[in-house]
Design a binder for this molecule. Structure first.
Ligand SMILES: *Cc1c(COP(=O)(O)O)cnc(C)c1O
Length: 386
């Protein structure tokens, strides 16, 4: 197997030279505090926006479910892994998103790689934002459909593509992040929804970073406030692994679409159900989100404290990128913040396009306003003024 070892070693050496080699750092986390290499750091690199992974009621629900049902689900949901908590979680999700039904997957990544190929095939067209999350790209590729990418956040480019290609294809899907994971901006969902209706295309929004954070906690289709009806997005997917503080992915849609997922989505059929503790935790976390929209509004308020302190455009979500450019500079900027007690991970290609390496700040409810002010000051003096 010498060729295998050589392949791996050569590949790693090339990545090392480009400063693109990555490895998971050992991180012990307690809420917003993390310990790395014996140092305690205040983290702005965690998607647990509401700190619900640490919430006493969420933890208690997980423990109770484990005692009652055990640790693992034991089988795929279509076999015997569909423990009773799933139905409750799916009812909750559908209610929160205002859809007829919902279906829970093993993760957000598994959701998109299951949903998209269940809806689109080789005769079909997928039109997607170029900055969509990796799992939308993966799902689209798996489907075998023709893939066309429109410029980030540009519905007129999507329109152009639909005009040129829709006619030759049987079905069409438009896919986008609701909140973009590395940029923090919100997709032009209202315009995309109109395009979808005009071109008979199905709109899928991935609201991994919207649920629990924007739109009163209900996500990006609800950003216009209670007075407006939500934007028509027939395929609302997302994750339970971020603001919900647990794990898993979901799709909220009509009864027919959800029933189709349960019988055709391969990542639903051929992967073991979630541990009962995780499902119970997600239910308890949704309770908190529904009960306390003011708490769910905190991460965005904190993000705006930061953008205002730096005269950046107002944050639209809990995520704020500060683009540095090259990979080495982004890593150095992250090191400087680390020297001052802050963990802000540098995001490099291929997670973001080449030349746009950045610091990605994720703001969460328990962050202190004074710490945010101190962080902004450091960013002003060490990162922006270089
Ligand atoms: C994190 C993320 C996912 C993946 O969700 P997991 O539950 O972590 O697998 C999918 N889409 C977007 C936009 C994300 O940010």
């Amino acid at each position: 197997m010498r060729s295998l070892e050589e392949f791996a070693a050569d590949k790693l050496a090339a990545l090392e030279r480009a400063q693109l080699r990555r490895a998971p750092a050992v991180t012990a986390r307690t809420g917003i505090w993390v310990e790395r290499d014996g140092r305690r750091l205040l983290s702005f690199s965690c998607n647990d926006y509401l700190n619900l992974s640490q919430h006493p009621q969420v933890i208690a629900a997980a423990i109770d479910a484990t005692k009652r049902y055990g640790v693992g689900a034991g089988a795929s949901r279509l076999v015997t892994g569909n423990h009773p908590l799933y139905a409750e979680l799916e009812t909750r999700l559908a209610r929160l998103k205002g859809t007829e039904a919902a279906c829970v997957f093993g993760s957000g990544y598994l959701a998109n790689t299951g949903i998209i190929p269940a809806l689109a095939g080789p005769d079909d067209l997928i039109v997607m934002d170029e900055l969509s999350h990796a799992c939308i790209h993966a799902g689209a590729k798996l489907s075998g459909a023709e893939i066309q990418r429109y410029r980030h956040g540009d519905p007129s480019h999507a329109e152009e593509i639909l005009g040129a290609h829709r006619g030759t294809k049987k079905r069409a899907l438009i896919a986008t992040d609701g909140v973009f994971s590395m940029d923090g901006d919100i997709a032009p969902l209202a315009a995309l929804s109109q395009l979808a209706q005009r071109f008979d295309a199905w709109l899928l929004s991935d609201d991994a970073h919207g649920l629990g954070v924007i739109g009163g906690g209900r996500g990006s289709t609800f950003v216009n406030g209670a007075a407006h009806s939500p934007i028509q997005v027939p395929l609302q997917m997302g994750t339970l692994s971020k603001a919900v503080g647990a794990y898993g992915g979901y799709l909220c849609a009509s009864n027919a679409v959800i029933d189709l997922m349960r019988t055709r989505a391969r990542t639903f059929i051929y992967s073991t159900g979630l541990p009962p503790a995780v499902v119970a935790a997600a239910i308890a976390a949704l309770d908190v989100i529904e009960r306390d929209p003011a708490y769910a509004a905190e991460p965005l308020r904190k993000a705006r404290l930061f953008t205002r302190a730096l005269n950046l455009p107002d944050a639209q979500s809990a995520i704020v990128p500060v683009i540095v450019g090259d990979t080495a500079a982004a890593l150095a900027a992250s090191d400087r913040l680390c020297d001052n007690g802050f963990l802000v991970v540098a995001i490099r290609p291929p997670t973001v396009p080449a030349g746009t390496a950045r610091l990605r700040f994720a703001f969460t409810a328990p962050h202190d306003d004074s710490d945010i002010a101190r962080l902004a000051e450091l960013v002003r003096s060490h990162v922006l003024r270089r």
